[in-house]
Design a protein around this ligand. Structure first.
Ligand code: PLP
Ligand SMILES: N[C@H](C=O)CCC(=O)O
Length: 426
């Protein structure tokens, strides 16, 4: 047995499913998860000493690659000063000011510990502000694992084919209404049915938890208008897209201002961090300045803030970082689509910026129903082939490929060659 197999055998005895987050289990691709020992730049090395070019990047945070020297140095410095104080620190003020200076729609921001917490808290703020209960989300969008959001969720829920989670009382989801991604009529119909009752619409501005699905032209603009017209708040869940599609996320990329935004992943530089923020009149309602309660023992943790600040400043200060990364990514994903076409396969590659997915379906793939038509058995074969050739991919059809700034054009061309070799033999 390999070391990863031995560790997994031990892990399943003590950790549910052998992992601390379901998508890591490699269940849907019929493999044993690789246990990772270390990572540097664009590569990860497993417990058996096998090194992989990493297209997961810890599910998004590692946009600069692993263990960037500046991020590491700032984290080590913060560790010397103390791991946690449970009290306000200068770094938190710096972080809040930096986020507000980068993302124009953010007038105030609160740090939390995960994307799940950020979403849960933003939804509570929207309900507190509007005095309404109902929320519209989209089938196939994943907003973390809080009870109210586990309705037609993407990511691991979709991978495992779990319709709705056990353990969530019906009362917790009765105010969660589900619309069809890219279908404004489906949103309008809900607004018509529940006039004056919708607190917020929450959306992944680019859906990346049913595979990558792009918003059609006019979709996000239409949501903005519907929310404004109905006195509801528009929440962009930018846990994946924030500081990835552009420095100011999807909202900067598409030029649309949500009322509230949730962040995670990149904002923590690899540490467990989330944040939510937006309009001052809404954020002022958060305790202790207002009546919407939200708290956290480790929120704004000094080590996590040091990592996040170092990463965000590098992103802000590196000339043309996004132009270069997105240019490399365009060439890579377009190369994949061309290779698929040249091989005479009808499959679809969706991509935007440094995010992309291949669907083993004819396409176009514009929503949850279409994403689900992908041949997941084929995905499993593709996944195994790439892993055998040292390309580490997300072990699920319904997750994204994340490119990092640490990847070179040569590495991406080499990956394309492996993909073409896969196409030849499949
Ligand atoms: C769009 C989106 N929102 C929220 C979450 C939840 O974040 P976390 O896993 O940090 O709780 C995730 C990922 O997990 C996500 O992709
Ligand atoms: N799709 C999820 C987040 O983006 C994957 C991370 C996880 O749930 O472990």
């Amino acid at each position: 047995m390999s070391r990863s197999e031995t560790l997994f055998t031990e892990a399943v005895e003590r950790i549910p499913g052998g992992v601390n987050s379901p998508v890591r289990a490699f269940g849907s691709v019929g493999e044993t998860p690789r246990f990772i020992a270390s990572a540097k730049g664009a590569y990860m090395t497993d417990a058996d000493g096998q090194t992989y070019l990493d297209f997961v990047g810890s599910w998004g945070p590692m946009i600069l690659g692993h263990n960037h020297p500046k991020v590491l140095a700032d984290v080590l410095e913060a560790c010397q000063e103390g791991l946690s104080f449970g009290a306000a620190t200068e770094r938190e003020v710096e972080m809040a000011e930096l986020i507000c200076s980068i993302v124009p729609s953010i007038e105030m921001v609160r740090m939390v510990n995960s994307g799940t917490e950020a979403v849960m808290s933003a939804v509570r703020a929207a309900r507190g502000f509007t005095g309404r209960n109902k929320i519209i989300k989209f089938a196939g969008c994943y907003h973390g694992h809080s009870d109210a959001m586990l309705v037609k969720a993407g990511s691991g829920v979709m991978t495992a084919g779990i319709p709705d989670s056990a353990g969530v009382p019906a009362g917790c989801t009765q105010d969660t209404l589900t619309a069809v991604y890219n279908d404004l009529d489906s949103v309008q119909a809900i607004f018509d049915e529940f006039q004056g009752e919708i607190a917020a619409v929450i959306v992944e501005p680019v859906a990346a938890n049913m595979g990558v699905v792009l918003p059609k032209k006019g979709f996000l603009e239409g949501l903005r208008k519907l929310c404004t017209d109905n006195g509801s708040l528009l929440i962009f869940d930018e846990v994946i897209t924030g500081f990835r599609l552009s420095l100011s996320g999807a909202q900067g990329y598409f030029g649309i201002e949500p009322d509230l935004t949730t962040f995670g992943k990149i904002i923590g530089g690899g540490m467990p961090v989330g944040a939510y923020g937006g309009r001052k009149d809404v954020m002022k309602l958060i305790a202790p300045s207002g009546p919407v309660y939200q708290a956290g023992t480790l929120s704004g943790n000094p080590v996590a803030m040091a990592a996040g600040l170092a990463q965000l400043k590098l992103l802000k200060e590196t000339p043309d970082f996004y132009e270069k990364l997105n240019h490399k990514a365009d060439a890579f994903f377009e190369g994949m689509q061309e290779a698929v076409k040249a091989a005479g396969k009808p499959w679809t590659v969706n991509h935007i910026g440094s995010l992309g997915s291949i669907f083993f379906a004819e396409g176009p793939v514009t929503n949850y129903a279409e994403a689900k038509t992908s041949d997941t058995k084929k995905f499993g074969e593709y996944f195994s082939y790439m892993m055998q050739n040292s390309i580490y991919l997300a072990p699920s059809q319904f997750e994204a490929m994340f490119l990092s700034g640490a990847m070179t054009e040569e590495e991406l061309v080499k990956t394309l060659d492996i993909f073409k070799a896969y196409l030849k033999q499949c």
